[in-house]
Design a binder for this molecule. Structure first.
Ligand SMILES: O=C(O)C(=O)C[C@H](O)[C@H](O)CO
Ligand SMILES: [Mg+2]
Length: 404
């Protein structure tokens, strides 16, 4: 028995908010897990502090599955981003502890390496097609083999994925949500031009991706997928609302553009139909928001049966602890597809010490025991929590709320 002696929540804001759980055992071995839910951070911090930690003290840290089931079934109220992020943080920390005790990098405990390294995609953004492709060329020269292209839409002041200033893309940017205006027509007209130019400038040997951020109706998504077919995208992400999985039956009938979705999923039940009916090609559910390694493993294994690959979310609002854990997971599972990579800032990495590496378009997790990411609590204390929201969107014509 490896008794859990203490656990605490650390909230820190080195440029953006992160919530971290640290679990300490009687033997002095500790583990850390990410519990960050962008824009709703303190809800998860309280869920952990007030409702989970009291139940953890005295339990055997080795009983990962049992603790997962205890927190999931035992709460009576299941699923949802707050609950599943809290469970994920516990799960990540416990896997970290188990791997440290075993003296092995985490991927060894997950079955060992299924590949040599992890293919990642980066972000190229710009206000115009020209700016975006200039950024993409820079990333290609850095060695990236897969690039997500997001450009401003002519006639719209701002849009998802495009930085406002010179800083890197930063979505949670205001004390009260900023309001943007959206026009599907303008977007649908401009996007194929970005990819036509993208293929011309970047050539055929680079994978191209795009994120629609849930803004279309199924039939609009079907048409966009068709319009983009000549440019052979690696994937088209989050075309429509994820609430209704059946939306995808319509899209799938009309286009062969590969589809990815799932960064806001919390459970296998959010994607069961999508996977089982082979309505998608990539599942993007992540360790931090989908119940940790224990639950995501179930999703990945289920997806493997239906030829659906993984493509985990990896934006910077997921802490380096999630990134480290995801890289171990990506190394081990058979049906890995691609991993999103948005590098964290130096300031963030002064708090979260990482050991993973990037080289020539691929990443590799660390070989140190555990998941290989630690938190410097003294540094973390220097950056107090600062409320920050994601923007919201309204339709340009009529002003009704729509998805951001
Ligand atoms: O990285 C992506 O694909 C995203 O869509 C980023 C999200 O907007 C972001 O993580 C929201 O918190
Ligand atoms: Mg996305």
């Amino acid at each position: 028995m490896l008794k859990i002696e203490a656990a605490r929540v650390i909230v820190s804001s080195p440029g953006r908010n992160f919530v971290t759980l640290k679990i300490e055992t009687k033997d002095g071995v500790y583990g850390v897990g990410d519990a960050t839910l962008n824009g709703r951070e303190l809800a998860v911090a309280s869920y952990l502090q007030d409702h989970v930690i009291p139940c953890l003290i005295g339990r055997d840290a080795h009983r990962i599955e049992d603790i997962w089931q205890f927190l999931y079934r035992g709460a009576y109220w299941r699923r949802g981003p707050v609950t599943m992020s809290a469970i994920a943080a516990v799960d990540m920390a416990l896997w970290d502890i188990k791997a440290k005790v075993a003296g092995l990098p985490l991927y060894q405990l997950l079955g060992g390496a299924s590949r040599d390294n992890v293919l990642v995609y980066c972000h190229a953004n710009g206000k115009t097609i020209e700016d975006t492709l200039e950024d993409a060329v820079k990333h290609k020269e850095m060695g990236y083999k897969a690039i997500r292209l997001q450009a401003g839409v002519p006639g719209l002041k701002s849009t998802y994925g495009v930085p406002k200033g010179k800083e890197a893309y930063e979505p949670a940017d205001a004390d009260i949500p900023t309001e943007n205006l959206w026009s599907t027509e303008k977007y649908m007209r401009s996007l194929p031009k970005l990819f036509e130019e993208g293929r011309r400038v970047l050539g055929d040997d680079v994978h191209l991706l795009h994120d629609v951020h849930h803004r279309l109706t199924p039939i609009e998504a079907a048409r966009l997928g068709k319009d983009l077919e000549p440019y052979r995208l690696f994937w088209l992400e989050d075309t429509v609302d994820d609430d209704n999985q059946e939306n995808f039956r319509i899209i799938r009938k009309h286009t062969t553009t590969p589809l990815a979705i799932g960064e806001i999923f919390n459970s296998i039940w959010d994607c069961r139909t999508l996977i089982q009916e082979q309505l998608i090609d990539y599942i993007r559910a992540t360790i931090v928001h989908a119940g940790g390694i224990t639950h995501l493993r179930q999703i990945a294994h289920f997806a493997d049966l239906f030829n659906v690959k993984t493509g985990f979310h990896g934006a910077t609002d997921l802490s380096p602890i999630t990134m480290a854990s995801a890289l171990h997971f990506d190394m081990a599972i058979h049906n890995f597809g691609i991993q999103e990579h948005m590098p964290h800032s130096e300031q963030m990495e002064s708090i979260f010490k990482v050991n993973y590496t990037f080289e020539d378009g691929f990443m590799h997790p660390s070989e140190t025991p555990g998941h290989g990411c630690d938190i410097d609590e003294k540094e973390a204390a220097k950056y107090p929590y600062k409320r920050a929201y994601l923007p919201v969107n309204r339709l340009e014509q009529g002003g009704a709320m729509c998805n951001w």
